[in-house]
Design a protein around this ligand. Structure first.
Ligand code: NAP
Length: 255
């Protein structure tokens, strides 16, 4: 009988949790503990780091995990590297559930950059109003560009004085976000630049449609490099992989 470890933190992970629950497949959902009140899942849920690749390997053995699905965010590179290492060490099959990166569409004004430091450097020298849609952990990279006013969208309210940037407005929210809502947000904050991570998927692409509609430049941070591992965009393919040990030859599209 399979016993799946689902590494979560994305909308795709939540979709897979529902599918595993419906299929009656035993699974543990794992959150990093990055947000104060994570989305409730229909699976037994654990919260917090494993203690590196070694700790994860110990967990896999201790819980008799038969399959690991890495459905973490494409920028959660450390967790994904640890999963590769721990699965290799324990001989546990690993599959990544990962959406394809976004591609620019006609009318988009994207500046592709390799990392957050390059994103900060790509902003103009003159003070600008910037929607910094990169998550709380990455804000420090922009501390060297304190002349800008940054709009931040965070899941949890920041503790007073905890932000490394002097001029900020904070809105709280958890995706999915619509293009219309994001266009209204960009307009109401008079945003001139957007900085985004190339996460892919529908839940957070509204801001890109909004930036295109308003003719705004987007600094697009490319994904970190990860070790080669089997991947799919489809929840159905994950279920097939658990049942048969392989991905189907013809992968259905993401629901
Ligand atoms: N990075 C983003 O832009 C982003 C956006 C949306 C959601 N998230 C979610 O937020 C979580 C943290 O992201 P991050 O960028 O901080 O990750 P990260 O840098 O790759 O991971 C840092 C450490 O957090 C722990 N961790 C991460 N994901 C975990 C999980 N699902 N279950 C248990 N422990 C986990 C691991 O600790 P140990 O080494 O101690 O095991 C890992 O080494 C991820 O689960 C991700 O899916 C991230």
């Amino acid at each position: 009988m399979p016993h799946v470890l689902l590494l979560g933190g994305t909308s795709g992970a939540s979709q897979l949790a529902q599918a595993l629950h419906r299929a009656g497949i035993a699974a543990v959902f794992s959150y990093a503990g990055a947000t104060a009140s994570p989305v409730a899942q229909p699976l037994p849920t654990r919260v917090g780091g494993f203690g590196g690749a070694q700790g994860l390997a110990q967990f896999l053995r201790g819980q008799a995990i038969s399959h690991v699905v890495d459905a973490t965010h494409p920028f959660a590179a450390q967790m994904s590297r640890n999963a590769c290492e721990a699965c290799a060490a324990t001989g546990t099959p690993l599959l990544a559930l990962e959406r394809a990166p976004w591609l620019p569409r006609p009318g988009d004004r994207w500046v592709d950059v390799p990392d957050m430091q390059a994103a900060a450097a790509a902003l103009p020298q003159a003070p600008a109003r910037v929607f910094l849609a990169v998550g709380r952990k990455q804000l420090a990279a922009f501390a060297d560009q304190p002349q800008h006013h940054y709009l931040l969208r965070l899941v949890d309210a920041p503790a007073p004085g905890s932000l490394p940037l002097p001029h900020t407005s904070v809105v709280l929210g958890r995706g999915p976000f619509s293009a219309a809502g994001d266009e209204a947000l960009l307009r109401s904050h008079a945003i001139a630049w957007l900085v985004a991570k190339n996460a892919g998927g529908e839940a957070t692409r509204g801001k890109l449609d909004a930036a295109r509609a308003l003719g705004l430049p987007v600094v697009m941070v490319q994904r970190p490099d990860l070790p080669q591992r089997p991947r799919t965009e489809s929840v159905d393919c994950v279920l097939h992989w658990i049942a048969h040990g392989t991905l189907p030859a013809q992968a259905p599209s993401m629901p």
